[in-house]
Each structure stands twice: as structure tokens, then as C-alpha cells.
Ligand binder design. Structure first.
Ligand code: DAK
Length: 270
């Protein structure tokens, strides 16, 4: 992969998007590499949480040093410009499918949003389980200003996350908002200083990793399923997950530790 790096820290897979020239704009090639990066972490059975973030490098222009960073500055406008309606369906499927893949990824995916998080970038971030923002990030769905609608779940996931009224305001205006507003409307879970972003995401991942991963993954399935159905069907689905976790070694480990007044040492993930 040229534009995406995959690193590993213990049981955390870290995907770093590194398409610096285009601020991580989502071209077909870049999306292909992002899929490959998810293939890598998916194939590694030791990885129980994934963090996805963007590049951050120091650059010098006219003798002045500054940080250049981006999460994803949207879908690649230069690639989209010549698309016909028919071509846009094939082209758009790659991005849409990747977001569904992330949303349904077996293990939790945390977006550590370090910079521009626009259009298709915000759509990808919203497909992640949890979003942590740097104070240098910016968010928006600016598609209508380019004459198109959001196309990779923006109208659907933004309305579900922040409510229809706020989603409509953001999408109709295309306004770009700062992290404090993103936090206020519930688009991100928290905002931290840029230099603390990765440590915060890793600490959060480690907090998740202390628990039973069967139970975490079953919880993820229940929440995602429940958001798309009525409460009775959602509760029935949850009952199934509860039954699954009641047959695991992790349940014995967790509950025995409680009853014997010991801390849980190690869950085994089954
Ligand atoms: N596409 C292509 N290139 C981009 C880009 C983008 N979205 N964003 C930035 N770049 C490129 C710039 O063209 C520039 O390249 P060169 O000119 O140097 O070759 C380089 O990155 C640096 O950008 P700037 O010079 O503009 O950098 P600044 O710091 O001045 O500004 C910016 C950064 C992020 C504010 C600005 O670049 C910007 O406004 N970018 C566009 C943001 C935007 O409108 N994004 C939304 C795009 S629409 C779908 C799935 C998804 C979508 C649609 C359908 N289907 C599944 C159907 C999504 C649509 C979108 O995301």
C-alpha cells in the first residue's frame, strides 16, 4: 500500500491514512487501499480494536514551519467531475460499501479525527463506532455546494446521530463546523488537544480491551441492529446475544472473579 499504513500496538490495529498530496481525498485507488488496510486488520485475529486516523506532518513553506494534517477532505472531486449518473453508481458503491463494512466490522472501530473531516470523510467517520476529535479538526457535509447530495450515508447516518433538524441544517447549508460544535451536537464523543489525540484513542481502546471481547462484539451487533428496527425486534435480538454470552468462558471468568472478590485477570475472548 502506498497511501495507507497499518501499524499495530498490542491488540490495537492502527490505520493511518497518508494520501498527503490530496489531503486524503477518497479516490478509487485510495479507497482500494483503505479496503486492503481493513483486510489486514481483519485477518489478524489478535486485533480486537481498530483506530483509524489521518497523517500529520510538519511542512515548511517560505521558511515558515507548520503542521499539515487531514483525516479525509471528502471524496475526490477531480475524479467525480466527469462521472455520468451511471458511472457514479459504480464509482460510489466502493465508498458506500466500505462504510457499511466499517459499521459492521466485527471489532470496534474508533475514528481519531485529526483534521479535515468533510463530505465522504465525515461519512466514513460516522460509520465508525466512536469518534474522538482533535481541537484542530473540522467537520461538514459540503456536497450541496458542489451540486451533489451526500452519497455514502451522509443523509442517513448524520440524521440518526444528531437528529433530523441539525442534520438538515448542516447538509442544506454545507457549513463547516469546529470540534466544539461537533461535540455539542453529538457528532463526536469528545474533543482533545491535537497532541493528545492518539494517546486518548489508544487509552479508550485499552479500556475496551479490558473487557470480554465476545460481549463487546455482541453489544456492537445489538446496537447496530436495534437502530434499524422496532424495539420489540431489537430486544429479541438482544436476548439472543445475552444467551450467547451466557455460554462463554468469559462469563465464567468475569462472574467468578466478582463472586470471589478478585479482579478479572484475563478474559479469553470465547
Ligand atoms: N478532492 C480532490 N482533491 C482535493 C480535495 C478533494 N475533496 N480536497 C483537497 N484536495 C486537494 C486540492 O485540490 C489540492 O491539490 P493541488 O491543487 O495541490 O493538486 C490539495 O488537496 C490541497 O488542498 P488545498 O490547497 O485546497 O488546501 P487548503 O488547506 O487550502 O484547503 C480544504 C483544504 C480541505 C478546506 C480544501 O481543499 C477543500 O475545501 N477541499 C474540498 C472539500 C470538500 O468539498 N469536500 C467534499 C467533497 S464531496 C458517494 C460517496 C461519497 C461522496 C459522494 C458520493 N457515493 C457513495 C455515491 C462524497 C462527496 C464528497 O465528499
Amino acid at each position: 500500500m502506498e497511501l495507507v499504513n497499518v501499524e499495530k500496538k498490542g491488540r490495537i490495529g492502527i490505520i493511518v491514512m497518508n494520501n498527503q498530496k490530496a489531503l486524503n481525498a477518497l479516490s478509487e485507488k485510495f479507497l482500494g487501499e483503505l479496503n486492503e488496510a481493513f483486510d489486514v486488520v481483519e485477518a489478524d485475529s489478535d486485533v480486537d480494536v481498530v483506530i483509524i486516523t489521518g497523517f500529520e506532518v510538519e511542512v515548511e513553506k517560505d521558511g515558515v514551519k507548520k503542521m499539515k494534517r487531514s483525516f479525509i477532505a471528502g471524496a475526490d472531486i477531480k475524479e467525480m467531475l466527469p462521472l455520468t449518473p451511471a458511472e457514479s453508481i459504480r464509482w460510489g458503491k466502493v465508498g458506500s460499501d466500505l462504510n457499511l463494512r466499517i459499521e459492521n466490522f466485527k471489532v470496534p472501530v474508533i475514528a481519531a479525527i485529526n483534521g479535515f473531516c468533510l463530505g465522504g470523510g465525515n461519512e466514513l467517520a460516522m460509520s465508525c463506532d466512536i469518534r474522538i476529535a482533535s481541537d484542530k479538526a473540522s467537520f461538514g457535509q459540503p456536497e450541496v455546494g458542489l451540486g451533489i447530495t451526500p452519497g455514502a450515508g451522509g443523509t442517513q447516518r448524520l440524521a440518526r446521530l444528531v437528529g433530523a433538524g441539525i442534520a438538515k441544517e448542516l447538509i442544506y447549508t454545507g457549513r463547516v463546523i469546529k470540534p466544539d460544535e461537533a461535540y455539542r451536537i453529538g457528532l463526536v464523543n469528545r474533543v482533545v488537544p491535537a497532541e493528545e489525540l492518539m494517546d486518548t484513542a489508544i487509552a479508550l481502546a485499552e479500556e475496551i480491551l479490558k473487557n470480554s471481547q465476545v460481549a463487546v462484539q455482541q453489544s456492537k451487533r445489538c446496537i447496530n441492529f436495534g437502530l434499524q428496527t422496532d424495539i420489540q425486534t431489537g430486544n429479541a435480538f438482544e436476548q439472543q446475544a445475552f444467551a450467547v454470552t451466557n455460554g462463554t468462558e468469559d462469563k465464567k471468568i468475569g462472574m467468578t472473579a466478582f463472586v470471589e472478590k478478585n479482579p478479572v485477570k484475563n478474559f479469553v475472548g470465547r
